[in-house]
Design a protein around this ligand. Structure first.
Ligand code: ADP
Ligand code: TRP
Length: 339
């Protein structure tokens, strides 16, 4: 087993990122590194240049994201934590896979369609080939399990198709090069919604800061945001079915459940018949209690540039070693001569 996953260093981590992605990384790290499996987690800084970006911000976001991941529980002694830019094999394997990827496959990607919008002619080539780099990220390490959010399922399917086609086209039948990776999508907390609109995803790109809980929020801000969260006037129902048609209530109960590690039904059993006047302070306090220690570590670590660079440097050395054999075999399989 080998666990591989990445996240773009876009800055401003929020509760959706934590519950939907990072917490799952930490869980898998703790469970599988104890069994001797390797976990590789990286900042997808090469992916970040597929959209207009500020170089200075990318550099500082990359370091901030390392600080955030470590604060949330990624342990650089248990996991290999690095950024793509320090491991050239990612970009190299992407180019090699570009020969196998088909225009038609990439044209069907919903992220490409969403992000390019109506202006496809003006979108970057990197945005179009983004899923090929993502496949390279995983296949380079023979990743078997890839913890991601639901929105990345299609990219994982593409990675499998690429691996399969490359194996078929360029490898002997009894010696395929690439392992077919499986996405691991956490069922609970797969989608945390905005505090202002229960039908929209909690996202850093929402213009209203009140829509999300940030990892950098202090206790007052968290309590305020929960208090002001949109709700309805009804008390909480006895069963999960009773949350149907109440997206905001459903979201807040879901957040509570995810934070305590219980099913929403168990949360409703405790709060049945209570109004938001009672539920919201309980939720706010729970969030403060769980997030404050992480926020405190984060504030301290993000100032320590030397420590952050050392973490990335160590991770990159390990990642390069693990990547080398597969990259060499990919060059050889394609008939590329390298002295
Ligand atoms: P954002 O939507 O804020 O721009 P990203 O797209 O950078 O976040 O996502 C980073 C990671 O966090 C991804 O793995 C994604 O699946 C997860 N994620 C982002 N928002 C949410 C959310 N609201 N609920 C659950 N997971 C989320
Ligand atoms: N595209 C992923 C996202 O936006 C980030 C990512 C890049 C990734 N490379 C990856 C995730 C490899 C898993 C495996 O969330």
């Amino acid at each position: 087993m080998r666990i591989v996953s990445g996240i773009q260093p876009t800055g401003n981590l929020h509760l959706g990122n934590y519950l939907g992605a990072i917490r799952n990384w930490v869980r898998m790290q703790d469970e599988y590194s104890a069994k001797g499996a390797e976990c590789l987690y990286f900042l997808a800084d090469l992916h970040a240049i597929s959209m207009p970006h500020s170089p200075a911000e990318l550099a500082s976001n990359t370091r901030e994201m390392v600080a955030a991941l470590v604060s949330c529980g990624i342990d650089p002694d248990k996991s290999i934590l690095f950024n793509q830019a320090q491991v050239p094999a990612h970009a190299e394997l992407q180019w090699l896979l570009n020969g196998t990827a088909r225009m038609g496959w990439l044209n069907r990607m919903t992220q490409w369609k969403d992000k390019a919008g109506k202006n496809r002619e003006g979108a970057s080539v990197a945005l179009f080939t983004y899923p090929v780099l993502q496949a390279a990220d995983i296949l380079l390490y023979q990743g078997t399990h890839v913890p991601v959010g639901d929105d990345q399922k299609q990219h994982l399917e593409l990675a499998r198709d690429l691996a399969q086609k490359f194996n078929n086209d360029f490898c002997p039948e009894d010696a395929p090069l690439f392992t077919l990776p499986e996405p691991i999508i956490p069922p609970e907390a797969a989608r945390i919604m905005s505090l202002r609109d229960g039908t929209a995803k909690m996202s850093k790109s929402d213009p209203s800061d009140m829509s999300r809980i940030n990892l950098t929020d202090d206790a007052d801000a968290i309590m305020q945001k929960v208090k002001k969260a949109k709700t309805d006037p009804e008390p909480l129902p006895a069963t999960v079915e009773g949350l149907a048609g109440r997206p905001e209530a459903n979201n807040l109960v879901g957040i509570y459940a995810a934070m305590v590690g219980l099913a929403p039904a168990a949360v409703l059993a405790e709060f049945e018949g209570k109004g938001f006047g009672q539920f919201k302070p309980a939720l706010g306090e729970l969030l403060v209690e769980k997030l404050s220690p992480m926020a405190a570590r984060y504030r301290e670590l993000r100032e320590d540039r030397e420590a952050l660079d050392a973490i990335l440097c160590k991770g990159a050395l390990n990642a390069r070693d693990l990547a080398a054999p597969t990259l060499t075999r990919a060059y050889e399989a394609l008939g590329l001569v390298r002295g």
